[in-house]
Design a protein around this ligand. Structure first.
Ligand SMILES: NC(=O)c1ccc[n+]([C@@H]2O[C@H](COP(=O)([O-])OP(=O)(O)OC[C@H]3O[C@@H](n4cnc5c(N)ncnc54)[C@H](O)[C@@H]3O)[C@@H](O)[C@H]2O)c1
Ligand SMILES: O=C(O)C[C@H](O)C(=O)O
Length: 325
């Protein structure tokens, strides 16, 4: 039997984790041949609820789940981990934008960055889900000084998946027929769902759909505002789909994306006019346990305008949390 992969998950008593933990324990991230051990972090007042979730995990009799630790101490949660899902933080409610959570959640990621730095394996893979995810990931990286920044990423995959379904329905193809699609920038209403290079069954997606007005006036805002639409409909923010996106993001990073592009928030290397160090959604290809940015794309006028807009917002967020960086 292989050694188990140690996986920290924060916000373990919350809505997203009520779906996420069961998927991880089922082998959906590392595959069906790799045992896992969960290190669950939540606040002291949530410990009882986490214990309840763990009872349910036990009652699933997952063959791959070897061990579960419950703690309110970030250092214990991140000790020796191979992967970390940073979910724990406050979600927005009706009438808020994700950046309104900046002050409420930023401090969490400063403290957890220091704990990650202290205890995690240097090759651990980290995804930040808690909002505002991009800037929280930047704070985490800035406070984990000896931990490789390229191993800290922010989740844009939910936006990516949301767009795939909208495109597939419009084009009359299956979601997995669509390749080379990307969501650039911030996980916020300024995000840019970019179909420029996308194909459907090998044909240019924009030609298959043949409706640029729909793309600009319906698709882009629908994807950008989908989180709000879900909060309005459910009275709570997306949970199962967010967990699913986090699984997709980490599974592809670990097991590969089969040559296709996926959208990941990664620390900018300055390419595509995105200032260095901003955690921005870009196209990447995952292979052999790492991701590579898709390089050398030509950026047209509309793309430039849309990328600049979302990057400007990320720069504003960086400015707002400069004291924590
Ligand atoms: N990036 C995305 O696409 C995306 C999608 C959906 C939700 N989110 C975000 O994910 C976060 C969690 O959402 P949820 O619906 O699970 O919320 P939730 O309120 O149901 O759960 C959050 C959990 O985090 C815990 N928590 C708070 N502070 C903590 C800390 N310092 N350390 C550890 N745990 C802590 C809470 O006690 C709670 O159990 C929110 O910020 C939400 O906006 C992001
Ligand atoms: O929109 C939110 O606040 C939750 C999440 O980020 C989402 O996109 O569903």
């Amino acid at each position: 039997m292989k050694q188990p992969k140690r996986i920290a998950v924060t916000g373990a008593a919350g809505q997203i984790c009520y779906s996420l933990l069961f998927r991880i324990a089922n082998g959906d991230v590392y595959g069906k041949d790799t045992p896992v051990a969960l290190q669950l972090l939540d606040l002291p007042q949530a410990q009882k609820a986490v214990k309840g979730v763990v009872m349910e995990l036990e009652d699933c009799a997952f063959p791959l789940l070897q061990d579960v630790v419950i703690t309110d101490d970030p250092k214990a949660a991140f000790r020796d981990i191979d992967a970390g899902f940073f979910v724990g933080s406050r979600p927005r409610t009706q009438g808020m934008e994700r950046r309104d959570l900046l002050n409420a959640n930023a401090e969490i990621f400063r403290t957890q960055g220091q704990a990650l730095n202290e205890g995690a394996k240097r090759d651990a893979k980290v995804i930040v889900v808690g909002n505002p995810a991009n800037t929280n990931a930047m704070i985490l990286a800035a406070n984990a000084k000896d931990f490789p920044t390229e191993n800290i990423t922010a989740m844009l995959r939910l936006d990516h998946n949301r767009a795939l379904t909208q495109f597939a329905q419009k084009a009359g193809v299956s979601v997995d027929a669509i390749k080379k699609f990307v969501v650039w920038g911030n996980h916020s209403p300024t995000m840019f769902a970019d179909w420029t290079n996308a194909t459907a069954d090998g044909r240019k997606l924009s030609e298959v759909i043949g409706d640029e007005t729909w793309y600009k006036e319906t698709l882009i805002p629908t994807v950008a505002k989908r989180g709000t639409a879900i909060i309005e409909a459910r009275g709570a923010s997306s949970a199962a789909s967010a967990a699913n996106a986090a699984i997709d993001h980490m599974r592809d990073w670990i097991q590969g994306s089969d040559g296709d592009w996926v959208s990941m928030g990664v620390s900018s290397d300055g390419s595509y006019g995105i200032p260095e160090g901003l955690m921005a959604g870009v196209p990447v290809i995952c292979e052999g346990g790492s991701y590579k940015r898709v390089t050398g794309l030509e950026i047209g006028d509309f793309q430039r305008q849309m990328i600049d807009r979302t990057v400007a917002e990320l720069s504003e967020e960086r400015e707002a949390v400069s004291a924590l960086l």
